[in-house]
Every structure is written in structure tokens, then in C-alpha cells.
Ligand binder design. Structure first.
Ligand code: ZN
Length: 632
């Protein structure tokens, strides 16, 4: 059988003078030595795309590309100064040039006319990347790793493409599809699934259960179905550790293929993985992976935008849809066997508009089987609304500030903290907070917020409008102060009334515990818990009314006698409530024929599955770990 590349070339005229062709993942890339064809090919390339229904990109043969220095000067001349170019990096292997700019919209131009001009003048293919509004060392490092490994990336992506188009036959059907649950079934934590068809083996998520010990902390990677070197693709729904924590280790254990996720997920996942190594060090535990493994993960990640359809194996097409849970969090839609069966995995999902993100999507091209999370799917799981919790938070801050106290908010670094920052900024803008209030943002929370400012396209419409049309970035509001060093932490503690946001959300360690020790014995202060508090955590003890808290300090035990106010606000969750889950399924278009419930305690999985069965009269299941369901 002829390869897909031969078929592409067959469609092009001899004069196209194609000198090289290859793959970048599912994309087909051609290099031409004909200047006119490079600039005015549109008809011919479009014809090929229409014929084979795959993305085809045309680049100039390196012999046509302008010299580096001359090209850099030309680009600076073409791109308007307001774009704020900070860096121009050439990728000669791929005839590409990356332009890092503060305002990508201006660097791209109306309908891409600035980019077209660059192509025409220099024969380099430009790609614009945003410089985050808050400097992020991690993003700089990730980009550096990718630039330095251009050669590796080119070969790796070509190999991925060869696998995708290996045995490529248009319209091929799959005779069977099975889904195995390797973790995160009837539990929250260590999410991991394996999808198999006659052609494909695809893993979705591979997380860690941070609260569990030893073997219970990791998915069943020793399941008989799983042979890591044979897996074709790994998909990550979002960056929380219970979905992504073990991804860097997979490569070490023999996985050779690509990792698919969105750009924000890649960056936050890398940051959390590096932090995870740090925590293991501190606790004198051996980490399952090293920073080199994290680097390898970044090198092998293929980032996709929402609603960008991509072949990932000969019989599976992947599309990400907004899940509304954290920045870049995705629902995974898999079109299997050329549309024979369509599967949607929600990952963690919020069917509600938050201050940061839009609500999870409910319309899909096709849908037969739904795998949904059910974190709050139990009968009792209807927390107060976001609005009610916002009002309560306002009241707590106002009263605490009035009595000259400080408000400590232990938060989850990803998602919840940025949501609360936006709420505080909104209150400040509405003059509902004291004019001189300061909100101290501790290390990790600040780093993750910086990553958020690199990807404003993932925010909801309201925040995007504020940033793109009014040049008002809520994360740059002057009330927010970064706390990086010990000294800055002391300054925060010595300052007047303020809000302090620090990890961890359950107060199982991290700066939130240090702040607690300093603030707990003064009754002017308040503690506001917004995250789920696991059994045994300090947050849970305080919620349950424990006042005398012991800490080991060296060989001594110190007792903190808690006097501060303790509050719990439940309306800021990144997960859907039970009603929202039911509404989500109700509003799905088209309706699934089968629903599989995972990612919740056993009783909640069963309650949600049974309710959905009664309402919709469709098959619903709540599988256990290690169970396999044949979905076709
Ligand atoms: Zn999550």
C-alpha cells in the first residue's frame, strides 16, 4: 500500500519542486524549492487538504530562507513596535522562526497579514508566542528545552506521524473497543484508563493519590492489559497530580510515544512535577522520577488547542473540549474507527461559569459513550452557590480588616487560587475592600498565576475582553504582592490587615501551615478553608473544632492554642455539584447511549449511576479498578 505521503505528492504538480516531506505528529509537512509555489500555492495545497482531509503545511526549502541576521532585521521592520517583541528564535531544521511578543495579536496582524508579509519577504515560517504578563521562569525553561531540542523534536514528531499513518486506510472500521480502569474508579485519586482497539492502545491520565500510602498511591501499571512500550499515545486531561502525577515516570518505565494535552496543562504539569520532586526530597522519600524525566516529558509532549481534531493512531481521532475545571483542563473526545463509536471522557469537569473559566461544553459532533467524573455526585452533594460563598468571603474579610486582623486562605495552587484572586480583584474594583488592602500570594501560587498570564485565550469571555480590549489584566491588580523569600513572608506577617493565600489547601504542609502557626493564637485573625479537607489533615481537624494543635519542632512538641475564626466556604469548587452533573448529562447533545461513572467514592458513583439510569433509561455503570468494559 502506498504511504499517505506518496498520495499527497501525487496531487501536486511537478513544478512544486518538493525537496523533502515528513510528519509532525498528525500534520504533514512539505518543503519546496520553488519560490512562487511557496508564496502562491494556496489552491494546490488546499486541494490536497480537501482530498485527504489531513493538515498539510508547506515550508520553504532551507536554501530559500534569508540569512539569519538579515531575516531578524526584516522581521523587526515588519512587525509593529507595539507588539513588544522580546525574542526571535530560528529553527533552521524546520525553516521556522518563533517570535516571542507581549502582544501576539499585533505581531500576527489582521487575518495574519503581518505573518504573511514575513513569509513572503524572508521565506521563514513564523510562529508567534505570548510573553506572559507576569514573568514565569518555568515557561522560559520549557521554551528553552524545546528550542535546544529542535533536532530531537523533528525526528520524534516524524516517528509519531509514521505510527499514526502506519496502515492508513481511509474509512477503516474497528471491530471492538475496550476500556480498562487502572485507577480512579470508585475513588478520587490516581486516575488512569487504558483504551484498546485492534489498532490502538491509548492511556488517558496517569495520576497519583497524594493522600494514600505506597502501592495504593499509584495506578495498576502491572495490569495484564498494559505493556508500556506498546502504548501508542498518552492523553492528559489536566495538570492536577491525581491525573498527571506519574506521567514523567511513564517514560522511565518504557513508554516511547507522545503525550497529548493543552499548552497550559503541559506547563502546569511540569511545574507540579518539579515541585513534587522537591517535596519528596524534603520528606526524605525517594521520588519516582527526576528533573531529567520531567524534561523528557516536555520534549515528547504535543500540545493541542480546544476543538482541534487530530489523528493519534490509525483508527482514533482526538479532540479536546473545555472542561471548565482548571486552566487548559480538557474533556477528551475520541472518534474511533472513523466515527463508528464516539467516546467522551470528562476528566474533572465544572458545568458552571466561574470567574476564570467558561462552563464545560455539552455539544459534540457525535457521542455514544460517556465516562463522567462524579466527585460530588452523591445525594447530599449540593453545596452553596458561588455567589453565596463570594458574599460570605466579602463579609469575613471586611469584619477581619475592621478589627485589624489578617485573613489566611490555604488554597490549592492550581485553579482555586486564581479563581479567588479574581473574586478579590472584582471586590476591590467595586470598592468593596479597603483601599490599601494587600493580598499576599505565596511562592507556588504566584508561579502558577504567572503561567495563567501566558494563556489568556483559555479564560472566559469576560476576562479575555478585559485583557484584550481594555488592557486590564486582573492578575496585575496592585493589591497582589508576590511572597518569594522568608523575609517577604515575615514582612507579610508584620504588615497591617491583609489577605494571605498559600498552599497547601488542606494544610498538610507548605507555607499555609507556617502562616497558621504565626496567626492562630490571635483572635483578630480569620482562617478561610475553600478546598476539600481530607481525613487526618490539619484543615479537617480545625473544621471539626479542634483548638489545641501540636507540632513537632525538632525534638520538642509545641502546642498552638487556636483563637482565630475558622470558616469553611464550599462554593468555589472546580467540580460540578450533583445538580450540575445531572444538568450536564441532561443537556448533552447528542445524548449518550451509555454512561460510565468514575472519580468519586464508591457510594457516590453508585448513587449518580443509579439516578442517571432512572432519569434517562440508559445503561449506566460504576466500574471498579481493574475492571474492563467492552464498549463496542
Ligand atoms: Zn482536578
Amino acid at each position: 500500500m502506498a504511504s499517505i505521503l506518496d498520495e499527497v505528492l501525487k496531487h501536486l504538480p511537478e513544478s512544486a519542486d518538493i525537496t523533502d516531506s515528513g510528519f509532525e505528529g498528525a500534520n504533514i509537512v512539505l518543503y519546496t524549492r520553488n519560490k512562487d509555489f511557496f508564496i502562491n500555492n494556496e489552491g494546490a495545497i488546499k486541494e490536497v487538504v480537501d482530498a485527504i482531509k489531513k493538515r498539510v503545511e508547506l515550508r520553504a526549502d532551507s536554501s530559500l530562507c534569508m540569512g539569519l541576521e538579515e531575516a531578524e532585521a526584516e522581521i523587526k521592520k515588519i512587525v509593529p513596535e507595539e507588539a513588544g517583541i522580546s525574542n526571535i528564535i530560528f529553527d533552521p531544521q524546520r525553516s521556522g522562526v518563533i517570535i516571542e511578543a507581549e502582544k501576539p495579536g499585533i505581531a500576527i496582524g489582521k487575518q495574519g497579514d503581518v505573518l504573511r508579509e514575513i513569509r513572503k519577504k524572508t521565506f521563514w515560517v513564523p510562529l508567534v508566542r505570548r510573553v506572559p504578563a507576569i514573568r514565569s521562569k518555568l515557561i522560559e525553561n520549557i521554551r528553552q528545552v524545546l528550542y535546544e531540542n529542535n533536532d530531537f523534536r523533528k525526528k520524534f514528531l516524524d516517528k509519531v506521524g509514521r505510527r499514526i499513518y502506519d496502515g492508513w486506510i481511509r474509512g477503516k472500521k474497528s471491530e471492538w473497543i475496550r476500556l480498562t480502569f487502572l485507577g480512579g474508579a470508585r475513588q478520587v485519586g490516581r486516575s488512569c484508563m487504558l483504551l484498546q482497539t485492534p489498532e490502538s492502545r491509548i492511556m488517558i491520565d496517569c495520576g497519583v493519590n497524594v493522600a494514600a500510602q505506597d502501592d495504593d498511591a499509584y495506578p495498576y501499571l502491572d495490569a495484564p492489559e498494559l505493556n508500556l512500550p506498546e502504548v501508542d499515545a498518552v492523553i492528559v486531561t489536566h495538570a492536577h497530580l491525581d491525573h498527571s502525577g506519574l506521567i514523567p515516570a511513564l517514560i522511565k518505565y518504557g513508554y516511547e510515544g507522545p503525550i497529548y494535552c493543552t499548552d497550559p496543562t503541559r506547563d502546569i504539569m511540569a511545574l507540579l512535577a518539579l515541585d513534587f520532586i522537591g517535596i519528596s526530597h524534603k520528606e526524605a522519600k525517594k521520588s519516582l522520577f527526576t528533573s531529567d524525566d520531567v524534561k523528557n516529558m516536555v520534549k515528547k509532549t504535543i500540545c493541542l488547542n480546544y476543538e482541534e481534531v487530530t489523528d493519534i493512531t490509525p483508527d482514533v481521532r482526538l479532540t479536546f473540549f473545555n472542561a471548565g475545571h482548571t486552566l487548559g483542563s480538557s474533556m477528551v473526545h475520541l472518534n474511533i474507527g472513523n466515527g463508528m463509536h464516539n467516546l467522551l471522557l470528562t476528566g474533572d469537569m465544572n458545568y458552571e461559569h466561574s470567574n476564570l473559566l467558561s462552563s464545560a461544553v455539552t455539544r459534540f459532533p457525535r457521542l455514544e459513550t460517556l465516562v463522567t467524573e462524579g466527585t460530588y455526585g452523591g445525594k447530599e452533594d449540593n453545596p452553596p452557590s458561588r455567589k453565596e460563598s463570594e458574599e460570605e468571603l466579602k463579609k469575613i474579610i471586611t469584619e477581619t480588616v475592621k478589627r485589624k486582623g489578617k485573613v489566611l486562605m490555604p488554597v490549592l495552587g492550581v485553579g482555586r487560587s486564581q479563581e479567588i484572586m479574581l473574586i478579590l480583584e472584582k471586590m476591590y474594583r467595586a470598592e468593596e475592600l479597603p483601599k490599601d488592602i494587600k493580598v499576599y500570594i505565596q511562592g507556588m501560587v504566584w508561579d502558577i498565576t504567572a503561567i495563567h498570564t501566558a494563556y489568556p485565550d483559555y479564560f472566559n469571555t469576560k476576562i479575555k475582553k478585559a485583557i484584550f480590549h481594555k488592557d486590564e489584566n486582573p492578575f496585575l491588580c496592585k493589591i497582589f504582592k508576590q511572597v518569594g523569600s522568608r523575609k517577604e513572608m515575615e514582612q507579610a506577617l508584620e504588615s497591617g490587615p491583609c489577605v494571605i493565600m498559600a498552599t497547601s489547601g488542606m494544610m498538610t504542609g507548605g507555607a499555609s501551615v507556617d502562616y497558621f502557626k504565626a496567626l492562630a493564637e490571635d483572635k483578630k485573625n480569620s482562617l478561610v478553608l475553600t478546598s476539600y479537607q481530607g481525613e487526618g489533615s490539619l484543615g479537617k481537624k480545625l473544621q471539626d473544632g479542634e483548638k489545641d494543635i501540636n507540632f513537632a519542632e525538632g525534638s520538642k512538641i509545641i502546642t498552638i492554642k487556636t483563637q482565630m475564626d475558622i470558616h469553611t466556604l464550599k462554593g468555589f469548587s472546580g467540580h460540578s455539584s450533583r445538580n450540575q452533573l445531572l444538568n450536564f448529562v441532561h443537556n448533552l447533545d447528542p445524548k449518550p447511549k451509555k454512561v460510565i461513572v468514575v472519580h468519586a467514592e464508591s457510594s457516590k458513583c453508585l448513587e449518580l449511576a443509579s439516578t442517571l439510569h432512572k432519569i434517562h433509561k440508559i445503561e449506566t455503570v460504576a466500574p471498579k479498578n481493574l475492571e474492563t468494559i467492552r464498549i463496542k
